[in-house]
Design a protein around this ligand. Structure first.
Ligand SMILES: *Cc1c(COP(=O)(O)O)cnc(C)c1O
Length: 376
């Protein structure tokens, strides 16, 4: 059976995890956390990079930092993971969904402005599959209406938009190191990056339970105390050590995934030319990271048949998000602005094929053959 995913593993994680375990400081912000955070600050060009226990937590921190109040509205796509919405719902916000673009499954930037009201506080673009949203347009709308932009770049590490890393364009960006993502800190993990200097100090405080402990460790204050609201948003150093084993090989992992992605694309192109499937498209100016290989079939029924057929061939493929506005909690916390032209229809057509760092050629070929056989 070909699984859908295997967590990335380079072999160097073990030695670093062991070193972290043996060090006198295995709590948050130890030696490996510092290494990872410095690496991200250089790679992403952000003002501050802070490891978190998950992307969910990074998004929650962002919601606290922009001071979301009950009744504020946050604009995002409905085709996303539940945490994109819940991070803001936890603060009492109302989620306003707008439709997606069928070519990238990302928020349709041309529909955002009409959804803005006097209560709108932020726009949360989600870079689906590591392919960038149209950030120039989104930043222009946000600046005209004085809104914050929080990028959900959970799937976007190593991908760029017009040369700029995803996550580094809005006020803040959130990343995930869950085992299903391109890089993992041992199963769970995340990162908040801050691009707007104004949020840096308070981010450190909120992450350290509402204390100025970070300033204390830098010798800026002689004791630390309760200075603000906050929670515990630090992963332990063992998680950072695991991640460091992957950041060292970040480019190798990226290239390996891109090679697999391109091979899938080429092998399935004839089906797309025949009009049997739709392949993903990467807009000009976007460099993706091969986080996901998906294709779209005609409709829900055909997708169900294809998933069953693949399973019989020993290939475990999966569909993806059920749009949040049609989920059980949807009506309570959100509304959909405008027409749902593509969100529901295209989410029902989409299936994701197995892809992971180190996937073997024969495994990839078995997947391709199984898809071709279905359509033959
Ligand atoms: C994976 C993912 C998340 C959540 O990440 P966690 O690290 O599991 O909290 C949020 N948003 C998107 C778009 C994701 O793909």
């Amino acid at each position: 059976m070909i699984p859908f995913n295997k967590p990335p593993y380079t072999g160097n994680e073990e030695q670093y995890v062991l070193a972290a375990m043996r060090s006198p400081k295995i709590s948050g912000d130890g030696e490996f956390s510092r290494r990872c955070q410095t690496w991200f600050e250089e790679k992403l060009g952000c003002k501050k990079a802070l490891l978190t226990p998950s992307c969910t937590h990074a998004l929650e921190m962002a919601a606290l930092l922009i001071d979301v109040q009950a009744g504020d509205e946050i604009i995002m796509p409905s085709y996303t993971f539940v945490s994109t919405a819940n991070a803001f719902v936890l603060r009492g916000a109302k989620i306003v969904f707008v439709d997606i673009r069928p070519d990238t499954m990302n928020i349709d930037e041309s529909l955002i402005e009409a959804a803005i009201t006097s209560k709108t506080k932020a726009i949360v673009p989600v870079h689906y599959a590591g392919v960038a949203c149209e950030m120039d347009a989104i930043m222009e709308i946000a600046s005209r209406h004085q809104l914050f932009v929080i990028e959900d770049a959970a799937q976007g590490m190593m991908a760029t938009y017009k040369g700029r890393p995803l996550g580094s364009i809005g006020h803040m960006g959130a990343f995930s190191f869950h085992e299903t993502k391109n890089y993992t800190s041992g199963g769970e993990g995340g990162l908040l990056i801050i691009n707007d200097e104004r949020f840096v100090n308070r981010a450190e405080i909120i992450r350290e339970k509402g204390t100025n402990r970070s300033q204390f460790f830098r010798g800026m204050v002689d004791k630390y105390s309760w200075v603000d609201i906050g929670s515990s948003y630090l992963p332990c150093d063992i998680q950072a050590a695991f991640l460091w084993g992957q950041l060292e090989k970040a480019e190798e992992i990226n290239q390996n995934r891109l090679k697999l992605w391109n091979a899938y694309y080429e092998a399935l192109l004839p089906l797309a030319i025949d009009g049997k499937i739709t392949l993903p498209s990467i807009p000009e100016g976007c460099v993706q990271n091969a986080h996901m290989f998906y294709l779209k079939v005609s409709n829900l029924d055909e997708r169900t048949l294809l998933l069953d057929s693949l399973k019989r061939c020993g290939v475990y493929s999966v569909f993806h998000y059920v749009p949040l506005h049609s989920a059980i909690a949807g009506p309570q916390f959100s509304r959909f602005h405008g027409e749902d032209r593509y969100t529901t229809k295209d989410s029902e057509r989409l299936i994701r094929l197995p892809i992971w760092y180190g996937m073997q050629e024969c495994e990839r070929e078995q997947v391709v053959d199984s898809v071709l056989e279905f359509f033959a």
